[in-house]
Design a protein around this ligand. Structure first.
Ligand code: 6PG
Length: 247
């Protein structure tokens, strides 16, 4: 199943369409198997999507059947300004009637290796997966970094080579820090991977990633769900160098 690319006029439209994609994925997952398991992305782009979900979907989504995970996390305390958990909590989670047990945070108070192992254990418990079985997220939200990274799968980092673990600590030399990230086996076992990309600043990397399909030069190009939907949601600014949509 090739990648779908949806280009919308601006950031406001991007937030609306992303929230609607979240809603429809949640409704069909809950109808099919009684719960929706989603991994949130970090960074800046999704913040307004989360705020819109809190504003407009507070009563129209079954939050007690929704389990929230994180695609990656910065190795900082949960109240740190760089924390993805903090961002999502402020924009979305703290505003919802969601049971605390449904929010699966990376315990960054542990050292990076222990936090990754703990998070893998949380995934295995929630998805009831053992040994080499993989958890199948209903939806994984993803962003795109200027260097083509996604989640915390950065170019030239060890996590790119991981084939069995579900979650790893990943040392990012250029940031001089650890990140904790889901691995490609998990991203590619999802029912849906949704990239949300906004702004002229991302136009170059969007063109590089989407017009040289088939290459795996950029980590984000390796997100190819085996049996799932891959959707790239772009605003016009981010898509402005895509003269022709790749086939
Ligand atoms: C993170 C993210 C990361 C992010 C990209 C894009 O923790 O930073 O998960 O993968 O999605 O870096 O970030 P922006 O949305 O801030 O451009």
């Amino acid at each position: 199943m090739g990648a779908e690319i949806k280009i919308v006029p601006d950031a406001a439209a991007l937030n609306r369409v992303a929230a609607a994609e979240f809603k429809s994925a949640a409704d069909s997952a809950i109808a099919d198997h009684g719960r929706f398991r989603v991994a949130l992305s970090g960074g800046n782009t999704p913040r307004n999507v989360y705020a819109l979900l809190a504003q407009e979907y507070k009563t129209s989504l079954d939050w007690d059947k929704i389990h929230i995970f994180f695609g990656d996390e910065r190795h900082v305390p949960p109240d740190h300004p760089d924390s993805n958990y903090r961002m999502a909590n402020e924009a979305l989670l703290s505003k919802l009637p969601i049971p605390p047990g449904n929010i699966h945070r990376v315990r960054t108070e542990l050292d990076a290796e222990a936090a990754a192992r703990d998070y893998e254990a949380q995934l295995r418990a929630e998805f009831n997966v053992k040994n080499n079985d993989l958890p199948r997220f209903d939806l994984i939200l993803l962003g795109l970094g200027d260097d083509g990274h996604t989640a915390s799968l950065f170019p030239e980092t060890a996590a790119l080579k991981e084939t069995t673990r579900l979650v790893v600590p990943n040392w990012v030399e250029k940031l001089q820090t650890f990140r904790i990230t889901l691995t490609f086996p998990v991203l590619n076992h999802a029912a849906g991977d949704l990239f949300i990309v906004s702004g002229a600043g991302k136009a170059e990397i969007v063109k590089a990633v989407l017009t040289s399909s088939g290459s795996a030069k950029y980590p984000s190009q390796r997100v190819q769900p085996e049996n799932g939907r891959l959707l790239w949601l772009l605003d016009r600014e981010a898509a402005r160098l895509l003269s022709t949509l790749p086939s």
